[in-house]
Design a protein. Structure first.
Length: 131
């Protein structure tokens, strides 16, 4: 975007400066309510009006983008809050994973019961010792 701005802006400035240098006559302006006569060079008037228009355009774009800047600030604050929350959740998940690892290690320490023994226990009758 900056390249396009320079691509358009630099030739435009050169054209305005050339136009101002070519028109080197004087012009007289009368301000009616105050009865003031102002005589000024056209080249100076052209350059002053060009730069005044440029500054007015920059001010207009600054004001027009104010809601976007406000939303960007809000989003940055929200992102900071979400990042903190994510870090807390990451810590919880890592601690839970460590707990899961220790539980798995404890379960792996017990020898597995053979299938034959499981089947024998399933089909065997239990005697009640209390009788």
């Amino acid at each position: 975007m900056n390249f396009v701005r320079k691509l358009i802006g630099i030739p435009l400035i050169i054209i305005v400066v050339i136009f101002a240098v070519i028109n080197n006559d004087f012009a007289t302006f009368t301000l009616k309510p105050f009865n003031l006569n102002i005589t000024i060079s056209l080249s100076v008037l052209i350059l002053v009006l060009f730069f005044a228009g440029y500054l007015l355009g920059r001010l207009d774009s600054f004001v027009a983008n104010a809601p976007i800047r406000a939303q960007l600030r809000y989003q940055k604050k929200a992102n900071k809050v979400l990042n903190k929350e994510q870090e807390k959740l990451h810590e919880k998940v890592s601690s839970l994973q460590e707990n899961l690892e220790t539980i798995k290690q404890k379960e792996n320490r017990e020898p597995p019961v053979p299938l034959k023994q499981k089947m024998a226990e399933f089909f065997s009758f239990k005697k009640d010792d209390e009788e």
